[in-house]
Ligand binder design. Structure first.
Ligand SMILES: [Zn+2]
Length: 284
């Protein structure tokens, strides 16, 4: 769990570890199994006979190398974020069948606040469909929740593999776990999936006129739920399209500290999604 995140951290920590190793040079090194001391400034050549760590570079179906920014690292001036390294559900499948890009729908190209970082242009801008992923949990919003007490985006936004207005392609959202579709009747743009142990997922902005599931239906992990689309209604009940993306939420029992009783609320799904995507790219 969190191996790649820790690996990223290790890059930062390694110089400090090397400095610490310098303090041990005076110790006897009489064990013949000890490797020769490393000379600073001369990086060791990788041994060509050893198998390479194929987790270092994961590529998607189009050969692009997957990378992601740390949790809580949002675009400048787009909200506080919530640095949450927890992989809440280590066994889910990724909620989209194809390659996907997590980034902001509001502060990037095509969003209502795109000017703040000079990202003026439409949602099909190529950089919206590139790695690295960027967390959008607790991006600025008015609604408060347990992890974003001053208001914040309750999930992560996921663009499909291609920009649908340009490509015309279909990108399916799938059940991340076995569970049941609940509360669909009367729902305008949200599909809820609940697992046997109570974990709740919310999928938003699918093409609600062409869902592949019915209310109350039991679904299996990986089963198609609906097509990534732009269905949305504003608070006045008017239908206004959003950008083409899946908004994905995950509810768990969560307590901010040991003195507080847990609350069933949205938690940051970012590292759970990173973990699921890495397993997907490894064909696990
Ligand atoms: Zn969203």
């Amino acid at each position: 769990m969190m191996r790649n995140y820790e690996k990223n951290l290790l890059v930062l920590v390694a110089p400090a570890l090397l400095a610490a190793c310098d303090n041990t040079i005076g110790e006897p090194a009489d064990d013949p199994g000890d490797p020769p001391p490393e000379v600073p400034g001369e990086p060791a050549e990788p041994d060509p006979d050893l198998p390479t760590d194929d987790n270092d570079f994961l590529t998607d179906g189009d050969g692009r190398v997957f990378s992601y920014l740390p949790p809580g690292d949002l675009l400048p001036d787009s909200g506080p974020g919530h640095q949450d390294t927890t992989i809440y559900r280590p066994d889910i499948v990724f909620p989209l069948e194809d390659a996907a890009f997590l980034n902001s729908q509001v502060y990037r190209y095509g969003g209502s606040q795109s000017h703040i970082n000079g990202m003026n242009g439409g949602q099909c801008n190529a950089t919206n469909y590139e790695y690295p992923w960027q967390d959008t949990f607790c991006e600025s919003r008015s609604r408060a929740q347990i992890m974003c007490p001053n208001g914040g985006h309750e999930g992560n936004d996921i663009r499909a593999a291609t920009c649908i207005p340009n490509s015309g392609e279909t990108h399916w959202a799938v059940a991340v776990e076995n569970g049941r579709i609940v509360g669909l009747q009367g729902s305008k743009y949200t599909v809820k999936l609940q697992t046997e142990d109570g974990t709740l997922y919310r999928y938003m902005h699918l093409d609600m006129s062409q869902l592949a599931v019915n209310d109350g239906e039991f679904v299996v992990k990986g089963q198609r739920i609906g097509k990534v689309w732009n269905d949305f209604f504003n608070s006045s009940g008017e239908q206004v399209p959003t950008t083409y993306h899946l908004h994905f939420e995950m509810y768990q029992n969560y307590a901010p500290d040991e003195e507080t009783d847990p609350v069933f609320d949205q938690v940051n799904p970012y590292m759970t999604l990173v973990s699921a995507y890495e397993r997907k790219l490894r064909n696990e």
